[in-house]
Ligand binder design. Structure first.
Ligand code: CA
Length: 232
């Protein structure tokens, strides 16, 4: 089961540590940044599934970062919870206008925040791609518990890397991922492999999908990378 990856952008170490601890205890993968610039860089590199963003940050504010996220095609639909120390209604309105999906006022209970995170992920991911065992996209179906995969009802035997690759794509459809991002997401941080490796496995995966005419689900975006989406 893939864990949802949460990025926390918060300058106060104590709050960041507490959030990180609580979210990890709830089985989320956590990435941390202490300012907006670092947060923006991690958004590009690590592609989190949800962002918890502090309103008051040194330098570029949380609200500015939220606006930037909503203006960018790659990050536009990212679920975003704004942390705010203020209870003023005008600030909450400003937060929603900047693109926050939800906000939490400090001080907050960690358990309440985890509940908000889960609720927002469910809302943004109604098909439950991050939480379920069986994933279906178009004519493709993947069962994580039995590690099996079908295309047009035909079972297709995949190698472990191709399985992880198609699993990642089916959990993150309609978004373009660069080779570096795919390496990070599918192979993991600790493994050092060349970007060409990605092309090799994409080619293998497409070849396995060819007999059932499903290879077009994986699309090459020139100069950018690869995208999974329903070709029909
Ligand atoms: Ca702060």
């Amino acid at each position: 089961m893939p864990q949802a990856k949460i990025l926390i952008v918060e300058d106060e170490t104590a709050i960041r540590d507490m959030l990180s601890f609580t979210l990890q205890a709830a089985e989320f993968e956590v990435i941390e940044a202490s300012n907006a610039e670092q947060g923006w860089a991690l958004l590009q590199e690590r592609r989190p599934d949800l962002l918890i963003l502090d309103w008051m940050l040194p330098g570029v504010s949380g609200v500015s970062l939220a606006k930037r996220i909503r203006q960018n095609d790659q990050t536009r639909s990212l679920p975003l919870i704004l942390l705010t120390a203020r209870g003023e209604e005008s600030d909450q309105v400003q937060g929603f206008e900047a693109g926050a999906d939800d906000y939490v006022i400090k001080p907050f209970s960690p358990r309440a925040l985890v509940a908000r995170v889960k609720a927002l992920l469910r809302r943004k991911d109604p098909e439950g791609a991050l939480h379920v065992d069986v994933l279906e996209r178009g004519e493709l179906k993947l069962d994580l518990s039995s590690h099996r995969f079908w295309a047009k009802s035909e079972e297709v035997k995949l190698g472990p890397t191709e399985f992880r690759l198609i699993h990642f794509f089916m959990s993150h459809p309609n978004r373009v991922y660069s080779r570096t991002q795919l390496l990070d997401q599918v192979w993991g941080d600790s493994v050092i492999v060349e970007e060409r490796t990605v092309d090799v496995h994409i080619r293998r995966l497409r070849r396995l999908l060819e007999p059932v005419n499903c290879e077009d689900y994986i699309q090459t975006i020139r100069g950018a990378g690869y995208r999974f989406s329903n070709p029909y």
